[in-house]
Design a protein around this ligand. Structure first.
Ligand SMILES: Nc1ncnc2c1ncn2[C@@H]1O[C@H](COP(=O)(O)OP(=O)(O)OP(=O)(O)O)[C@@H](O)[C@H]1O
Length: 220
């Protein structure tokens, strides 16, 4: 199975307001796909449909070869967003300890150091979660996704409040994971940040999804 996600003729409306119209998308294993679109275009709605959080759609969403109405594959998916990552600040623990707790919860025997190194948090391992910056919290989220061994990582505006340099580092990290068979699907309203990293970029506009071709609209 080369396609991790297939969306066929997807339509979704909030009450009588059409948000997504006849969306088709294929996301292949190990790819880094970006979805861009202006505020309110429907990017988060699409992610929520993929996550199985919204039910009243027509068309098909196929994850890992299964219709999501039959098997939602929650165990294989990680979802990372600014809001969720900020929430980790409330846990009164350190970076290292939080990863150790997750490993133990999932009965994994891997070393915490491996994950700290993978996401570039080794030097911050003794920091309290409440002391982490936005970018460091996103890295922590990524480490948790890796510990979970999620095959598909969905990210909603992961770099919205991170400066450009951190955002670039974070995207580079995602790119390196996609080369290692993780599949990345990321939504952003900021094309300039993602365009150098994604294998494919799609734009949601007026409810429809189309492949975005570099150079067609550099200011989108
Ligand atoms: N629960 C809801 N009920 C009704 N309308 C909603 C609901 N959630 C979102 N919408 C509307 O659906 C449209 C798409 O919202 P969505 O959050 O998917 O956009 P987005 O592209 O993620 O935007 P942003 O970049 O601002 O996060 C918007 O017009 C929004 O107001």
């Amino acid at each position: 199975m080369n396609n991790i996600l297939e969306i066929k003729n997807l339509n979704f409306a909030y009450e009588d307001k059409n948000i997504l119209i006849d969306i088709n998308l294929e996301v292949s294993k190990g790819s880094f796909t970006a979805l861009i679109g202006k505020n309110g275009a429907g990017k988060s709605t699409l992610l929520n449909l993929i996550l199985g959080n919204l039910k009243n759609f027509s068309g098909e969403i196929i994850l890992f070869g299964d219709d999501i109405n039959k098997n939602n594959h929650h165990a294989d998916i990680a979802y990372i967003s600014q809001n969720k990552s900020q929430g980790y600040k409330n846990f009164p623990t350190s970076v290292e300890e939080s990863l150790r707790i997750h490993l133990s919860f999932l009965k994994k025997k891997d070393s915490v150091t491996k994950y700290l190194e993978m996401v570039g948090l080794l030097e911050h391992k003794n920091k309290a979660l409440s002391e982490l910056s936005g970018g460091q919290l996103q890295r922590l989220s990524l480490a948790l996704a890796l510990i979970k061994d999620a095959r598909l990582i969905l990210l909603d505006e992961p770099t919205a409040s991170i400066d450009d340099e951190f955002a670039k580092e974070f995207f580079n990290l995602l790119k390196s994971f996609s080369k290692n068979e993780k599949t990345i699907l990321l939504v952003s309203h900021d094309l300039s940040k993602v365009r150098d990293f994604a294998d494919k970029t799609y734009e949601i506009k007026n409810g429809t999804l189309n492949l975005f071709r570099q150079g067609e609209n550099r200011d989108a």
